[in-house]
Design a binder for this molecule. Structure first.
Ligand code: CA
Length: 361
């Protein structure tokens, strides 16, 4: 059986191999300067940093021939308009979360995550080997974009609550900052979801305009100080089990790149993708220890909340698949892949992890 790396698998449709990365290709190649619009502020340093990893590595690999200037959200284009800017070639490339664009088509969410979806490893496996990349590229093609996995936070936290949540009844009427599809499902459980930018969350929680708020995870949440005003920190963020960030490249600009530059870009994207998850996996354990030392109380969401949310999510996705062919086209194979993957993960992975975390000495 032929062995292949995940990079070759990812680039299979483009006919690229690592052999294209010869130094002559860059020495004799054109000087290319692109601009990258990020959706994220510099304060989200781990997420924003993935675009800097891409830029730095590309500079090193190509000996400075392929340069990308990275701009934070709002500098070149508003953070939530990165897809449009890449589509229209206002910028050559971008770094964003595809689920910001579910207003255009709900199917974009599969490129990031959907509630009760995949963990980070499952998402990578689906994208690089399970046909996810090909399915999503058919969708992005209609928007004149080629996309690449560009980081993952790992499973996020469920957020900060001023009062304890003891059962599903406590979700009713709860004013919670939770944007996107997660918010729509919370609404089905009786909550009142709110969409607020990161910097607006703390004051709203403080004055009681919000009862709860989700953001990312311990490392990013600690910086915004939510623990000072809402002591109950819930897990897991079932709406974001392994959210993937993405790099977007304008189709025409991509087509114009020499093969070696394309291969270099893919390598740098793959490194940025892996790097972000490793960085969060390193930073979050330290942050959560600091938070617990300051009196934060960790709670799992009650089982009835989890079960009701999962049921509401499944209902919502079936409804969407019934009216949105682009969503249905990805949802069916996505669901089949996830079911098979979960069967495997619960054998060796879950039993090893459960022993290590709860019984091991
Ligand atoms: Ca979140």
């Amino acid at each position: 059986m032929q062995r292949r790396t995940f990079l070759q698998a990812a680039g299979a449709g483009l006919g690229l191999t690592a052999a294209a990365l010869s130094s002559r290709a860059f020495a004799d190649g054109p000087a290319i300067k692109w601009r990258l619009a990020s959706s994220f502020p510099k304060s989200l340093d781990t997420i924003f940093g993935a675009a800097e990893v891409l830029s730095q590595r590309l500079h090193q690999i190509t000996d400075g021939k392929f340069q990308i200037k990275v701009s934070a959200g709002g500098e070149l284009v508003p953070g939530l308009q990165v897809l449009d800017a890449v589509q229209n070639a206002t910028v050559e490339c971008g770094h964003s979360a595809s689920y910001y664009y579910v207003g255009k088509n709900m199917a974009f969410a599969f490129d990031t995550t959907i509630p009760f979806g995949m963990n980070a490893r499952q998402q990578n496996a689906w994208m690089y080997f399970g046909g996810g990349m090909q399915l999503l590229r058919e969708l992005f093609k209609q928007y004149n974009i080629v996309q690449f996995p560009g980081g993952n936070t790992g499973v996020q936290m469920g957020g900060w609550f001023r009062k304890e949540i003891k059962s599903l009844a406590d979700i009713k009427g709860l004013k919670m900052r939770i944007p996107g599809i997660g918010g729509q499902i919370m609404a089905r459980l009786g909550a009142v979801p709110q969409t607020l930018a990161g910097t607006d969350i703390y004051p709203a929680l403080e004055r009681g305009a919000l009862d709860a708020a989700e953001w990312v995870g311990p490392y990013d949440d600690e910086k915004l100080g939510f623990h000072k005003i809402a002591k109950h920190y819930y897990y897991p963020g079932w709406w974001e089990g392994g959210p993937q960030l993405s790099f977007f490249v304008n189709q025409g600009k991509w087509n114009g790149l020499p093969d070696a530059y394309k291969a270099a870009f893919e390598c740098a994207c793959a490194e940025a993708n892996m790097n972000m998850l490793a960085e969060y996996d390193y930073k979050n354990p330290q942050a959560i220890l600091r938070l617990v030392k300051q009196g934060v109380k960790l709670h799992a969401f009650p089982k009835d909340v989890m079960e009701a949310a999962q049921k509401a999510a499944q209902t919502m996705f079936e409804e969407e698949a019934g009216k949105n062919p682009a969503f249905a086209r990805i949802y069916a194979p996505w669901k089949q892949y996830l079911a098979a993957s979960n069967q495997w993960f619960k054998v060796a992975e879950a039993s090893f992890s459960n022993f290590q975390y709860y019984s091991g000495r």
